[in-house]
Structure formats: C-alpha cells, structure tokens
Design a binder for this molecule. Structure first.
Ligand SMILES: Nc1ncnc2c1ncn2[C@@H]1O[C@H](COP(=O)(O)OP(=O)(O)OP(=O)(O)O)[C@@H](O)[C@H]1O
Length: 129
C-alpha cells in the first residue's frame, strides 16, 4: 500500500503521535479482514448488551474481552508485517513460528471472549425463550 506520509523521524508532539496511531487503526481495519470481523462481532455484542441493560460489572467483563481480542489482533498484524519485512516473503521456520504464535494469541483472546459472552449474555438470552 503506497503511503503519502514518508516521515521516518521521531514525532514532534502528542498530536502527531495520535495522528499516526489513528492512521494505524484505520490501516489495520482496511488491511485485515479478521479485524473487520472482530469489530462487527464487538458492535453486535455491545448492541445486545445495551438492549439487555447489563450491569456495570457485566460491561467491564465484556469490554475487557472485546479489547483483548482487538489488542491481540493489532499485535498479530504487527508481527505479520515485521516478519514480511524481514523475510521478504521467503519461507523461514522462525517466521512461521512467529506468525503462528501471534495468531494463537488472537485465538486465546477470542476463546476468552466467547466464554465471557456466553456467561454474561447466555442467561439473559435464555430467559427470553
Ligand atoms: N515467511 C514465512 N515463512 C514461513 N511461514 C510463513 C511465512 N509467511 C507466512 N507463513 C505461514 O503462513 C501463514 C499465513 O501467513 P499470512 O502472512 O498470510 O498470515 P495471514 O493470512 O495474514 O494471517 P491471519 O489469518 O492471522 O490474518 C502463517 O500463519 C505461517 O504459518
């Protein structure tokens, strides 16, 4: 992806740092299909939680689970990009380990999110049927 911003020096102020952080978020959403799925699932869960009028502690668990998934996907994308930069897409065993382990971190976070979602939303939803 061609970027207009070719800065390689340190950021000069907080506003510039924030601008690059937001650009990173936009980039990961544009580049990573899995991130778009995570965001869609997160919005769905937040919508259901709002509809069910969850308690504050329920929200804390749900938001923790959501942010863990999003954070691990961000870290996974960092690993993928650094590995691609270093290997220039040639097969390297350490590259495979790094990418697979980073993907495992996302899997762990997603598993945690599913458990939290079932524990918190499950009883509410069961009552409706
Ligand atoms: N340079 C490499 N050397 C060895 N194996 C690699 C290399 N690049 C990728 N792989 C293997 O291919 C898999 C897919 O790599 P790829 O970079 O396409 O990830 P991805 O499809 O973007 O991952 P995700 O599904 O998390 O978005 C990795 O999990 C790894 O097992």
């Amino acid at each position: 992806m061609a970027l207009k911003d070719k800065q390689t020096t340190k950021n000069h102020n907080l506003a510039q740092s924030m601008q690059h952080a937001v650009a990173g978020l936009v980039t990961v959403v544009q580049m990573e299909r899995n991130m778009r799925w995570h965001l869609l699932a997160s919005l769905l869960v937040i919508g259901v939680g709002w509809w069910l009028q969850l308690t504050r502690s329920d929200w804390l668990w749900l938001l923790l689970a959501i942010f863990m998934v999003l954070q691990s996907e961000l870290a996974n994308t960092v690993v993928e990009n650094v590995v691609d930069l270093l290997t220039t897409h040639h097969y390297v065993s350490a590259a495979k380990y790094a990418k697979d382990i980073a993907a495992a971190a996302v899997l762990m976070a997603a598993g945690f999110a599913i458990i939290v979602g079932l524990l918190i939303l499950g009883p509410h939803l069961l009552k409706l049927f």
